[in-house]
Design a protein around this ligand. Sequence first.
Ligand SMILES: Cc1ncc(C[n+]2csc(CCOP(=O)(O)OP(=O)(O)O)c2C)c(N)n1
Length: 629
Amino acid sequence: MSPEKILPIIKGPEDLKKLSIQELAELATEIRARIIETVSRTGGHLASNLGVVELTLALHYVFDSPRDKIVWDVGHQCYTHKLLTGRQKEFSRLRQFGGLLGFPCLEESPHDAYNTGHASTALSAALGLAVARDRKGEKHNVIAVVGDGSLTGGVAYEALNQIGHLRERLIIVLNYNEMSISPNVGALSRYLSYLVSGQPYLRIKEQTKSVLRSIPKLGWPLIRAARALEDLIKKTFFPGVFFEELGIKYIGPIHGHSLHSLIEALNHAKNYTGPILIHCVTQKGKGYRPAQLDPEKFHSASPFVIATGEPVRKEDRPSYSRIFGEAVAELGRSDSRIIAITAAMTDGTGLNRFAEENPDRFFDVGIAEQHAVNFAAGLAIAGLKPLVAIYSTFLQRAYDQIFHEVCLMDLPVVFALDRAGIVGEDGPTHQGTNDIAYLRHMPNIILMAPRDENELRHMVYSAFQYGHPVAIRFPKGAGPGVPLEKEFRFIPAGKAEVLKTGQDLLVAYGNMVAIGLEVASRLEKEGISLAVVNARFARPLDEILLPELARRARLVVTLEEGVVEGGFGSALREMLDRHQVYGPAFKSFGLPTNIYPLGKPEEIRKVLGLDADTLTVAIRDFYRKQKLL
Ligand SMILES: Cc1ncc(C[n+]2csc(CCOP(=O)(O)OP(=O)(O)O)c2C)c(N)n1
């Protein structure tokens, strides 16, 4: 890496304004090198960040942050922004325990105008900021930066609807790179790509102009007729007519890596008195060949070798996502009613195999979780077997659809909640810790969580048999690496399994079963005897086995990697209450509802007390407090 000359002297955005365009371009090169070097160590959203270096420089060159407010949609592309706003030193600890968040963070800097992590929210938030500004008589600019992928989310259209209606002064920068995580999908995406690739209006306009120029003396009627013709052409072909019709001025498409074009367009937008959208064309992964060639792989990369782009560490065990995806593909081969749906996460959810084998039975609906669930309900009511694979944190979006479209009608939709539990380096917006609580009270739903990847396969198989809404939650990363049984096995709904006998009772859910076994075996050596039950289901619970074991126990503990409030432990407690089992002392170990520290899952687990060491101590203490030791 050649030594940085300009970046170290940029202490804040004001320092940018002293630079020439040439120096800004050199700074862009230094920033790219810094981002590549850092992310190669820490992992992170490489391709998206490399794509917006010039755009971010131009934004900070033209506007005055923090007075002017820049709202980043998703926020995963904010690394250059962080480097330009006084966080260069901390940047080396990006996404690390105690380090810098990879998303905007109000607590980190006044330059972060709004916290994001989930997609499609920037337009609504920016409109709120713009309306507040005007009502308070302030004068600053509000700029929303939104990707074409994020523009597939329904909430973005709800915002556009109100933006065009209110016509407040607001700048929207559409960062168009043809990619969501995978290539972008949908009719609007096709329209945007048409604007960029065809640009028929520009050609026709030039032709019209040259025809008009070639007529020597035009009278006003002819000029008016020519203008009307131009308007007609504009209406038919004008780039951005969609936005213009909504009442949002459109500029573009412009070259998103040309500092000159960006600065010119942003300056123009700054002086505009209503809502205006600048359509910038950028390239994901720009400046790093492996990321340019495979932007999907480098959307969110784990640490890699810069020279080759290859990951530093190759997982020796397959991820839960992969095992899940293979099970779905296998089941799809013998049941043509299975339809798989993803909300812009084909690869992440492991559905790529099914998608390749069944292109007509696979749907990427864009970043549209609510629609995905509603769409699945339509398929289910018509007799098909839809599977909706969405990360736990993003399914939160579709709460009402799960309730109103699926559960109330008791439709057999299978939800696969990947990244359930502690997710790690992406920070608080991405933790999948709420799903047990937000699903547990839904009518008719069956909730389950496998203790390992083998059980996941059986759960996927069983889920399609129940004939009710089903949600299977499983964690990020690899399972314990147990051998996989070839034949699928049916697990009756609500059937728990005893893994170890003992006097008192430990009931664990999902990935906490392995930790529960470890803790129980350590405590056994101290004379503490705990039966360990793999609950498998949070709903319905095993109404026979669990009350029976609890009745005999002096103490019951539950383990879950989810929020305790409204979680699995609460479910068991309510069930014991229903069965009038009041004898044993009861304690739930799980997660708090407040914001989690940043770091690797194992670091977060330790801080929050869900690792085997801390749990061993905590359960021993519980025995002591109950005077059972
Ligand atoms: C509600 C929600 N669903 C899914 C995601 C996962 N996700 C993160 S970034 C991204 C793609 C965003 O594409 P785009 O806005 O075009 O930004 P780009 O990375 O292409 O710059 C997706 C699907 C998310 N953050 N939020």
